[in-house]
Design a protein around this ligand. Structure first.
Ligand SMILES: NC(=O)c1ccc[n+]([C@@H]2O[C@H](COP(=O)([O-])OP(=O)(O)OC[C@H]3O[C@@H](n4cnc5c(N)ncnc54)[C@H](O)[C@@H]3O)[C@@H](O)[C@H]2O)c1
Length: 377
């Protein structure tokens, strides 16, 4: 395992607490500093987690910071990542890491020129349950995947998030916000996508904030909030993806993949764990005991209970790969392919036509039990 990398966190809002708590579980990472456009936010996290709060420029010049974790809002991801790469630091961004392919290509150029690397969440597909599903598919348990469905449906983020504006601004909406978990997982399980077709609408022009100091305030909806898409994969598989924040109740599974010899039921791609079910040609789904993978157990308390949460695994894998020169699973190539697929879905819905995907990528290497264990302390 490579030497410890100094991590600087830029963006000290809601999700930063999870990163501050979880990053220390990885052997090669140490959070050393944080910054935010709002100094009160970085000061609060610095105090809570015992790191140094800095101005953004000072963090980017800090020799102890090797990699910046960009946890700002979607519209700020590209400019903050760009500044970071120009400062000669590696960057690992929350999703969506850019909003256009041009932004992604620009980051690629700067990273190459400066000899640094770019990676992006989601890394939930590295979770033990998703890697188990990958293992079963790779072992031929359901034959060749030919089709499937994926659903990410709910009433919307304004009910729980105290500052939900970005969810309904460009870069938000269920496709760009939640779609990355689904597309990254499908690329992990099925491979790259070659074409998409989609329809979209929205139920409301305004949303009302449901929690925190701004409760009752209205937020304008500038994006589609209900999208039906079909993804055609390079392998020939076709998967229907429905992403909506206009749904009060439903009975769909998160992800089902249908193969020539069976079917697999994959847990929520937004989390690292969860049950995996498989059916053979007898047509009877059975829960299969998930293997003893270190990124599977419920270890993190959410408002509704415990879930498996190993955010930072993708960053740990990236910094290990940077040190050893190998490919990393949450690479710019794959992240940009995900952005290509998601923006193509929105374009298809706007323009009423199928859209070809111009980028491609390889399936990430599977993260087996030993490789995952090597990342942890
Ligand atoms: N909240 C979650 O549960 C969650 C989960 C997974 C991923 N994410 C992703 O993480 C990102 C952040 O989400 P969040 O919920 O923490 O948002 P948030 O609004 O709570 O926090 C964002 C923080 O970034 C800061 N910021 C904004 N622009 C900045 C800039 N230019 N420079 C420096 N700081 C800046 C804000 O002041 C704020 O403190 C989003 O891309 C989101 O999709 C969030």
């Amino acid at each position: 395992m490579s030497k410890e990398s100094g991590v600087g966190i830029i963006g000290c809002g809601n999700i930063s607490a999870a990163y501050f708590k979880l990053v220390p579980m990885f052997r090669n990472l140490k959070v050393v500093a944080c910054a935010d456009i709002n100094p009160a936010a970085s000061a609060a996290r610095a105090e809570e987690f015992g790191v140094e709060a800095q101005e953004i420029e000072a963090l980017l010049a800090n020799p102890a910071v090797d990699v910046v974790v960009n946890l700002t809002v979607p519209e700020a991801h590209y400019p903050v990542s760009r500044r970071t790469l120009i400062a000669g630091k590696h960057v690992y961004s929350e999703k969506p890491f850019v909003l256009t392919l041009e932004q992604g290509e620009d980051l690629r150029r700067i990273a190459e020129t400066n000899g640094v690397s770019v990676g992006s969440a989601p890394d939930t597909f590295l979770g033990g349950s998703h890697q188990f599903a990958r293992h079963l598919i790779d072992a031929g348990r359901i034959g060749k995947v030919m089709s499937g469905t994926a659903h990410v449906l709910g009433p919307g983020m304004e009910r729980w998030h105290p500052n939900p504006d970005f969810f309904f601004a460009p870069g938000g909406g269920p496709i760009l916000d939640m779609g990355p978990y689904y597309v990254a997982n499908l690329v992990n399980l099925v491979g790259p996508v070659k074409r998409v077709v989609a329809l979209a609408n929205k139920a409301r022009a305004e949303r009302i904030i449901g929690s925190g100091p701004r409760a009752g305030e209205k937020v304008p909806v500038g994006v589609a909030t209900n999208i039906h898409a079909i993804l055609e994969f390079a392998s020939g598989a076709q998967v229907a993806l429905m992403a909506s924040w206009d749904v009060w109740a439903h009975r769909h599974q998160n992800m089902e993949l249908y193969g020539t010899d069976g079917a697999i039921f994959v847990p929520d791609p937004n989390f690292f764990g969860g049950p995996v079910e498989v059916a053979g040609t007898d047509g009877e789904p059975q829960e299969v005991e998930v293997w003893d993978h270190p990124l599977t157990a419920k270890n993190f308390e959410f408002d509704w209970g415990m879930e498996a949460n190993y955010r930072g695994a993708g960053l740990a894998d990236m910094m290990d790969a940077v040190a050893t020169g190998r490919d990393y699973r949450c690479s710019l190539e794959r992240s940009l392919h995900t952005i290509d697929v998601l923006t193509a879905i929105l374009r298809s819905a706007e323009e009423g036509r199928a859209v070809d995907i111009v980028t491609s990528c390889t399936q990430p290497e599977a993260l087996g039990i030993e490789e995952a264990r090597a990342l942890q302390r």
